[in-house]
Design a protein around this ligand. Structure first.
Ligand code: HSE
Length: 446
């Protein structure tokens, strides 16, 4: 024990060199998130004994240097210089897969631990990076990559670790939730997206928000943490919120619900997961419907403990930085034993979803027999109609109406929709959304 710090919990027989506190932290990327991380490290004097910001890496770093950081911080635009300084932890707040993948790989190989906010990198490479960290007695933590400041990864691997998980369902993209909440109040999608961009929620390319790719990467990480299975991101079906129209909120309300972008993964059998990302009809009385603005919400269900729900800020520099600094503090507390997060993720397979009820919205050029033709195709595939809704007053050449169907297999629905799609009455492609069950009360075991 020295004045600069307490030794990490040392195992007497370990050959691994002892790290001392404060952990020396190198920050890669000084954008919104990186700056917010630095702010917390600099402003919170109580962290000084545990974490010390020693280096900041950014392209054209001269432009970025911030007067409020201590003089002891080294500024560089050379990753080699970062590695040469042998930091204890590298925080990766650069984003994107390349060159982040190479940098994280080299940091872990050098024995540094890594804290990353990078969902795309982790969704693509988590098993390999977790194994690499374990080989070098290092850790890789990524709380910030999922649901911003909501500590859902820590909850799954620690607070709820006693349960046997069966499902994780959530609202994982703040931009989509913001847009859909605003549309409930009558705003257009374009205006709501512009607001989300202005407030800094949206990704640089907002199509990754609205088309579900951002949420899908986060879902892959939650599946990995909850089920220790890694599925290919591209295998998770992702639906866009783009086709959602004001009329869908009117019909949803008549059905006692509203629309949210939902991400859901369930364990079907060992190694086989059912997953879904996209707009869904949720009950108006559910936590999902009440989740407003850019907030994220995650509900984790286990065989023993039932459903536990977490919510909070899912986007933005400061909430994301809180998750990063919390990961850094966890590393400062952690001994070098490989913990459960570092247990390998085995390959997992995405299988067909369970039977569910669906909301089908058609926009047609009106003529007699359309409803008859749609219901005939549904009947042909043994799909039972639950409700038919048609509001008056729409133009004949652009007539929207909704058919809801009782729980059915996805394959049967797709076969019926293939037939329906082939008809010539469509003014727009049909919109298909699953209907989530009322409040998701899965009773704990007694
Ligand atoms: N663009 C993301 C969102 C935030 O809207 O939730 C970062 O993951």
């Amino acid at each position: 024990v020295t004045t600069t710090g307490i030794e990490w919990n040392v195992h007497a027989n370990s050959a691994i060199p002892t790290r001392r506190l404060p952990l020396r932290v190198a920050l890669l990327g000084f954008g919104t998130v990186g700056q917010a991380v630095a702010r917390i490290l600099v402003e919170r004097g109580d962290l000084a004994g545990r974490l010390e910001l020693t280096q900041v890496f950014n392209r054209n770093v001269g432009r970025k240097r911030a007067a409020w950081t201590p003089d002891s911080v080294g500024w560089t635009d050379s990753f080699e210089e970062v590695l040469a300084a042998a930091p204890d932890v590298v925080v990766e707040a650069v984003g994107g897969i390349d060159p982040a993948h190479e940098w994280v790989t080299r940091a872990l190989s050098s024995g540094a631990s890594v804290v990353t906010a990078n969902k795309l990198l982790m969704a693509a490479h988590a098993p390999e990076l977790i194994a690499l960290a374990a080989r070098h007695a290092a850790h890789i933590r990524f709380e910030a990559a999922v649901a911003g400041g909501v500590p859902i990864i820590d909850a799954i691997r620690s607070g709820l670790a006693g349960d046997d998980f069966t499902r994780v369902v959530g609202i994982l993209n703040g931009t989509c939730n913001f847009i859909l909440s605003r549309m409930t109040d009558g705003e257009t999608m374009a205006a709501a997206l512009e607001q989300a961009q202005r407030r800094g929620y949206a990704e640089a390319d907002p199509s990754s928000d609205v088309d579900g790719h951002d949420a899908r990467a986060k879902l892959v990480l939650l599946a990995g943490v909850a089920f220790r299975r890694h599925v290919r991101t591209a295998d998770v079906p992702a639906g866009s919120i783009r086709p959602i129209d004001a009329i869908d909120f009117r019909y949803a309300r008549r059905l006692g619900g509203t629309i949210r972008q939902i991400s859901m993964v369930e364990l079907a059998r060992e190694g086989e997961l059912q997953a879904f990302v996209g707009p869904a009809l949720v009950a108006e009385a559910s936590n999902f419907a009440r989740n407003a603005g850019a907030q994220n919400l995650v509900m984790v269900t286990g065989r023993y403990g039932g459903a536990t729900t977490f919510s909070g800020e899912g986007a933005g520099g400061h909430p994301t930085a809180v998750a990063i600094v919390s990961d850094l503090l966890a590393l400062a507390r952690q001994d070098r034993r490989v913990d459960s997060l570092d247990a390998p993720w085995l390959p997992g397979t995405i299988v067909a979803p369970p039977a569910r009820p669906y909301y089908l919205r058609f926009v047609v050029r009106d003529r007699p027999g359309i409803l008859a033709s749609i219901t005939a195709s549904l009947a042909q595939h043994d799909i039972n109609v639950d409700a038919v809704l048609q509001e008056p007053g729409f133009p004949k050449d652009h007539l929207p109406f909704v058919v809801t169907v009782e729980a059915c297999e996805h394959t049967a629905l797709n076969a019926a929709l293939d037939e329906i799609d082939a008809e010539n009455f469509h003014a727009e492609p049909p919109l298909v959304m699953p209907v989530l069950p009322g409040e998701d009360h899965v009773a704990p075991m007694h």
